[in-house]
Design a protein. Sequence first.
Length: 304
Amino acid sequence: MTSLHQLLSLQELSPEQLQHLLQLALQIKHQPALYQQALAGKSIALLFEKPSLRTRVSFDVGIHKLGGHSVYLDQQNGAMGKRETVEDFGRNLACWTDAIVARVYTQSTLEKLAASSGIPVVNALSDLYHPCQALADLLTLHETFGDLSQVQLAFVGDGNNVCHSLMLGAALAGMKLVVITPPNHGPDGHVLQQAQAIATKTGASLSLSHHLSEAHGSQAIYTDTWVSMGESMDAAEQLRRFGDYQLSSAVLERLGISYLMHCLPAHRGQEVTSELLDSKAALVLQQAENRMHAQNAVLVQLLA
């Protein structure tokens, strides 16, 4: 198995590397004492262009639990590409830190950081991908169902960065994934081709639909906010485009689905009802907790 040097997209992983990361995450979760000094002496820059709760806290606390040190940088510390170039940011951070975790507006920013710094860069969210979220999701599904190759998951909503990383992760894991979106809100065609190419090698199944009924037969159903951070759409237009895709306990019962997944933050009363989000069917807090364990596995693999 080849070593891991960065994580800009799950496409960079092989199926074997994915399985190794998930197993390592489980071990770190259940035997944390074994990894208390895994990042001793390591400093990691947390570079955030976008606001965050789960990503910032899970990385910060996770690095501390591994014995490392994190440095948080937001736009007040100097906007990349404005105060100085992205490349200069990367070169300078490489003088002091051992890795960069970056939550950015565009995937190209991550690529520039990786090329200029020469140290590991981890994608903590970009316009195209959210690989750390997908790793946490796969970890949660593995804990809940076991063998991922026997799992069918439905994703409902906008074909966004979370959807893209789920497609790549499901393809690597040999899963069956049904992506259900309103017309004109499907996933990026290039990312879909990437995922389908992986799926042909692993035996995974990826399909697209505009009809919520196609989720029938899935063990879990995943949704996300109707409008991604930084985008705008008035409430009436959101309801017109996405209203038929709202998830509730009644919808899950009609489809025969046992579990709800959501990457959070959730807009209660829009993509999901509060009664479903707060029910025992929701895996959302398990997903949130697993962000830290999955990310810690990535950092250990990169740096330890």
